[in-house]
Design a protein around this ligand. Sequence first.
Ligand SMILES: CNc1ncnc2c1ncn2[C@@H]1O[C@H](COP(=O)(O)O)[C@@H](O)[C@H]1O
Ligand SMILES: [Zn+2]
Length: 379
Amino acid sequence: MEKCTNLAEMKEWCRAIPKIELHAHLNGCIRDSTLLELAKLLGEKGVIIFADVEHVIRKCGRSLTECFQLFDLFHILATDHETISRITKEVVEDFAAEEVVYLELRTTPKNNEAKGMTKRSYMKAVINGLRSVDTVDVSFINLNGKTESFCEPVQKSCTTCMEKKKIYVRLLLSIDRRETTAAAMETVCLALEMREFGVVGIDLSGNPVVGEWDTFLPALKYAKEQGLPVTLHCGEVSNKMEIQAMLNFSPDRIGHACFLDEDDWEKARLSQIPVEICLTSNLRTERLSSIHVHHFANLYNANHPLVLCTDDTGLFSTSLSNEYYLAAETFGLDKKDMLQLGANAIEFVFADSEVKKAIREIFRAFERRLADEFPSWKS
Ligand SMILES: CNc1ncnc2c1ncn2[C@@H]1O[C@H](COP(=O)(O)O)[C@@H](O)[C@H]1O
Ligand SMILES: [Zn+2]
């Protein structure tokens, strides 16, 4: 009974503390209800057979191969600009609702001639989605070193604005491993062009058994030369050569890192590369036999920089609070540990120092409130 209360309390704690999300794919975070609604519409238009996709959307466990088949379906469901804006808005609202105060949302800009979509117009639709959020105060544009927030001018006098949750959103543009060198370069150039619209970095993702590292290297190198931070999906499958090449590239962060050998970890340790940990994603895609053998424990105990992330909240029916709770429950971390773990992530965000300062202040304010309400908290 005691344990139950503690677990329930920890669950609530993980929901309530401010959190930072650094590894979330836009199309992997679409709400199931939205996917079903979109599928129904396309079913009525005869583009797909609704009954065929309904059970796929509702299914819970998926292999890594099934995930990528599903992404192809998601990309059919969410192809036009309007839908991209809608899902962006919903994803931001969902993260804000669970006290995510800084979100680095990644997405793969797509060309789709039939829909009159270019990579640039896709990104415009994403930004329009950010602009259209009205239930949450979204801050994403960074102009001349000044962070713009839509509600700021009226915030002091407008009670609605004061009651709204506040979230900083920055964007990473993803290169899909199916892409060519030229397509990857196009994405990097677009990211550079869109820096003033909140784009802060580049991600390499996609089916890890598809594509060659050398194909993406020129574009990734160019991003680095231009001072654009890079995060890589690294070691999601066993591929020694690629893992070594990726670590030699010295990315600013890596995601997953499930199949690194001891010598790879040694390299990661030396360069202190922050690791984006996605527990549920790794479990659902069977990257490990049990959560108890997840590398989170070793990294945490060694004080290696790490950040808990969701990867795909929709695909894996999870949330960042849930990932925090899973880590706390599995690895026996307490409330202070969890708050500290969240705050540590401030150092690994790709946004500028002004934004980091602002997020640091959010965490401090939370701690101050705690200390006021529970004087024993500090001890
Ligand atoms: C499960 N682990 C994973 N491993 C690798 N890549 C993944 C992924 N989960 C998502 N993506 C990448 O993100 C895309 C969907 O979002 P966007 O269309 O970009 O918004 C997928 O097509 C894939 O390229
Ligand atoms: Zn990912």
